[in-house]
Design a protein around this ligand. Structure first.
Ligand code: HEC
Ligand code: HEC
Length: 369
């Protein structure tokens, strides 16, 4: 069960909903109005720009094919409070566009006021990652969406008829499903497929860093930002050893020589209460839009990027599973001893990973108002 504890709350609610077959679908409350463009937005251009690809050894797209109507449906589902029993929670409750699709809370508040034990993750470029969730437990967006639905089978729940009935009773879903899939049939599979399409189309490739990298011209960077970049990619900071490639993450979660790539123990604690995958190993998160996704780490323990940098500088704790890259030649946890300017520079560099185009792109915004 541990695996499933804080999954995608709306979908959990679908399950809950399925368990409550005595309840009538409720579409009676005041519903915000759905505003979709006459002509669907373009979600289909899934190719990544050259500067992005050149920073990867390989890129595999692991999400399903995207159509504009499919992703449009996914967008509506993502923002729709109807996905929860009491019409109070949507995916977007814990994934805000203005925050790079993270949510600003240490733990996120879900349906019924329960708080998730881990910090909400940002969402971007998920279509090229097979390394999802803090403990890398899911390998593709499609599986991520499907997991809670499969859980309900594991949990002995009946089916999700209540949700599909509820969606069918709205005045917009039948037409949206028909556009996306050719008929009005609303199924769990279509719900997860459409959402995976929407999430998969969320490309973040237009940060200040992208603009500079695509022309290999960092002259628009301030000297502080350039210094930060230097440290980030240096053997002193070695940040890029883990936050690698143009996505500043490890997109790969495969086992290789018996070690799990894409996740590691960075010495946050001498002993971990949440052990992640095992032994305090957590997925190496993307730093795209990281300036917007506070608080930080799997448990949201740091409020600012300054605190994160201070941690790497002199706070790494010894524990038996500490990543070897964080041990010095005597086997002790490394101390970077950065100057205060160097620390500021690292933060300034991370700020250049914010993608204003992405967080303001209407096609990813709330269609209800
Ligand atoms: C109650 C808050 C909450 C709701 C509602 C919620 N999420 Fe999340 N989401 C989280 C948290 C917390 C995590 C990190 C969980 C973990 O890694 O163990 C997460 C992780 C994710 C990730 C993984 C990102 C990555 O890079 O690994 C995706 C994608 C995602 N959620 C999509 C969704 C979708 C789609 C929905 C609606 C079906 C949804 N979420 C609903 C809180 C929420
Ligand atoms: C050995 C691999 C490794 C190295 C080197 C590394 N990191 Fe990390 N980083 C991680 C992992 C793993 C996490 C998540 C840890 C957790 O939550 O338990 C993380 C988390 C972060 C976060 C928080 C992201 C979030 O969304 O909460 C930031 C910011 C960050 N690292 C910046 C840096 C910087 C700056 C450097 C260089 C000084 C650096 N990292 C070096 C592996 C690494």
């Amino acid at each position: 069960m541990k695996k499933h504890y804080l999954l995608l709350f709306s979908l959990m609610v679908m399950i809950f909903f399925a368990a409550c077959n005595h309840l009538e679908p409720d579409v009676s409350g005041v519903q915000p109005k759905l505003n979709l463009p006459e002509q669907a937005f373009d979600y289909e251009g899934l190719d990544y720009p050259d500067h992005f690809l050149s920073r990867f050894n390989f890129v595999t797209r692991v999400n399903p094919d995207v159509t504009n109507d499919g992703a449009t449906l996914g967008r509506v589902l993502f923002y729709d409070n109807n996905m929860s029993l009491n019409n109070s929670v949507a995916c977007a409750s814990c994934h805000h566009q203005s925050k790079g699709f993270a949510d600003g809370a240490v733990g996120s508040i879900g349906f019924g006021g329960k708080v998730t034990p881990r910090n909400s993750l940002s969402i971007a470029n998920g279509s090229i990652s097979n390394n999802l969730f803090w403990d890398s437990r899911v390998n593709s967006l499609k599986d991520l969406i499907l997991e809670p639905i499969q859980n309900h089978i594991e949990m002995g729940m009946e089916d999700i008829d209540m949700l599909t009935t509820k969606l069918a009773a709205t005045d917009y879903y039948p037409a949206l499903f028909e556009k996306a899939y050719g008929d009005k049939n609303i199924t769990a599979d279509r719900i997860s497929d459409a959402m995976a399409q929407f999430l998969g189309s969320m490309k973040s490739v237009s940060a200040k860093y992208d603009v500079a990298l695509s022309s290999n011209d960092f002259s628009e960077y301030s000297s502080l930002e350039n210094l930060g970049k230097e440290i980030f990619f240096s053997s002193k900071g070695q940040c890029s050893a883990c936050h690698a490639g143009a996505n500043f993450s490890s997109i790969n979660s495969y086992y290789d020589n018996n070690s799990l790539r894409g996740a590691t123990n960075i010495g946050l604690d001498a002993e971990y209460s949440d052990k992640g995958i095992e032994n305090g190993r957590f997925r190496i998160p993307s730093l795209r839009n990281v300036a917007l996704t506070a608080p930080y780490m799997h448990d949201g323990r740091y409020e600012t990027l300054e605190e994160v940098v201070d941690f790497y500088d002199h706070g790494i704790k010894d524990n038996p599973n500490l990543d070897v890259r964080f041990r010095d030649s005597n086997g002790e946890p490394i101390r970077m001893d950065l100057t205060s300017i160097e620390k500021k520079a690292l933060v300034a560099f991370m700020n250049t990973l914010t993608d204003e185009t992405f967080i303001n792109d209407e096609k990813f915004s709330n269609p209800f108002n």
